[in-house]
Design a protein around this ligand. Structure first.
Ligand SMILES: *Cc1c(COP(=O)(O)O)cnc(C)c1O
Length: 396
């Protein structure tokens, strides 16, 4: 029945009929040897670029030593990575998972456990319109993505949606059943919409006043993406629970749920998973954290982010587009017109990979060590496409 190798994979999204075979740094190659400059990087996953030697070496040497002892035994890489994460953050304990959604699922369970132990069975979690937390049933239910609303009913109950940067909308939803507030400090999938530092500080004060847990989904913003190791540092506050994914594995499936001692209340039987704390994945995570947590590395992310931001602002000014939003190397350009998918397609043809999280916005999430020359190369390509698009509009 299968007529083409593509047909043997479930058709879950529109993909170009191109097969990628190799990657190095900011570049990817397809099976026709065409080279692409990558400003998507596996969806903000390859924080050190494609196949960075440090990660590849860590994977290879751990793979030869021990793949998995059993989730019921300790292993060295997971102990080391947990210790390093705790030492570099405001949290005391870590649970490793295989995907962001699974880490968030764990955060939701941990909050409900906390509610059952300390808040008379409170279970409701306030999340946000436009938020994205993953594709399991509970994380889809926690997400505030419009397109998810009609899907897979009935959803998991217990999620109420507030408005980002509107503290009164959060306060209004608090009742005796509320146990936590959960958000992405920058809403990534919905188009790079940042929570202001003031709003994050207000949320910390509000949750403290009501004895609620504050949960940060830093799956996209964590691991240096915004110029700090974790985004919460920008606001000078610390949440009770944080989830990491994407960048933490530098290209392999690794995610983490972190909690303060007070919030870390799972009992035996509450949480687990066959591959939790897998030594090979954790060895990759250690290699990533070692590099990304260096102050000089984070300083460079901030500087490169400012350069990309100013270059995008210049593009915007030249073509009469909208603003640039985001922080560090998670930025979006508002196009003011629904032309983003067309630009992404033309850039693909020209050998540059971009992402359109919305019809009228482009998202930029390059490797955190992207070179200035690579930013110029991407900007030149984008500029050329916008010039052509502008000329076409004037003719029409
Ligand atoms: C990508 C993402 C997730 C889901 O992670 P998966 O690894 O795809 O399950 C959750 N939250 C945020 C903020 C994300 O960016």
């Amino acid at each position: 029945m299968t007529t083409h190798p593509y047909d043997a994979l479930m058709d879950i999204t529109a993909r170009p009929k191109t097969v990628f075979v190799r990657g190095a740094g900011s570049y990817l190659w397809d099976d026709n040897r065409k080279r692409y400059l990558d400003f998507v990087q596996g969806w903000a996953v390859n924080c050190l670029g494609h196949s960075p030697p440090a990660v590849a070496d860590a994977l290879a040497s751990q793979a030869k030593r021990l793949l998995t002892p059993s989730p019921a035994f300790y292993n060295e890489p997971s102990l080391k990575l947990a210790k390093a994460l705790v030492e570099n953050s405001a949290f005391d304990q870590v649970f490793f998972a295989n995907s962001g959604a699974e880490a968030n699922e764990g955060a939701i369970k941990l909050a409900r456990k906390y509610g059952s132990l300390h808040k008379g069975g409170a279970f409701e979690i306030i999340t946000f319109e436009g938020g994205f937390h993953g594709r399991t049933l509970a994380t889809m239910s926690a997400s505030g993505k419009k397109a998810f609303e009609p899907l897979f009913e009935p959803k998991v109950s217990g999620f109420k949606k507030a408005k980002l940067n509107d503290i009164a909308s959060v306060e209004k939803l608090i009742n005796d059943n509320t146990v936590a507030v959960m958000l992405e400090p920058i809403q990534g999938e919905s188009g790079v919409w940042p929570a202001s530092d003031t709003f994050l500080q207000q949320l910390r004060a509000l949750t403290e006043a009501h004895g609620l847990l504050l949960i940060f989904d830093e799956i996209q913003t964590g691991m240096g993406r915004t110029g700090k190791l974790f985004h919460y540092e920008h606001a000078g506050i610390a949440p009770d629970i944080m989830t990491l994914g994407k960048g933490i594995g530098g290209g392999v499936p690794l995610a983490a749920l972190l909690a303060t001692e007070r919030a870390s209340c799972f009992e035996h039987g509450d949480q687990g998973g066959t591959f939790n704390g897998n030594p090979v994945m954790c060895a990759a995570g250690l290699a990533v954290l070692e590099e990304v947590s260096k102050p000089a590395f984070l300083k460079q992310v901030t500087e490169t982010g400012l350069l990309l931001e100013s270059e995008l602002q210049k593009v915007s000014a030249r073509h009469g587009l909208g603003g640039v939003r985001g922080r560090g190397l998670l930025l979006a350009l508002d196009l003011k017109l629904p032309i983003a998918p067309g630009i992404v397609a033309q850039a693909f043809e020209a050998g540059v990979l971009l992402n359109a999280p919305q019809l009228d916005a482009l998202r930029f999430m390059p490797a955190l060590n992207v070179a200035k020359a690579e930013i110029s190369e991407m900007i030149d390509c984008l500029d050329g496409i916008l010039t052509k698009a502008g000329a076409a509009r004037r003719v029409a």
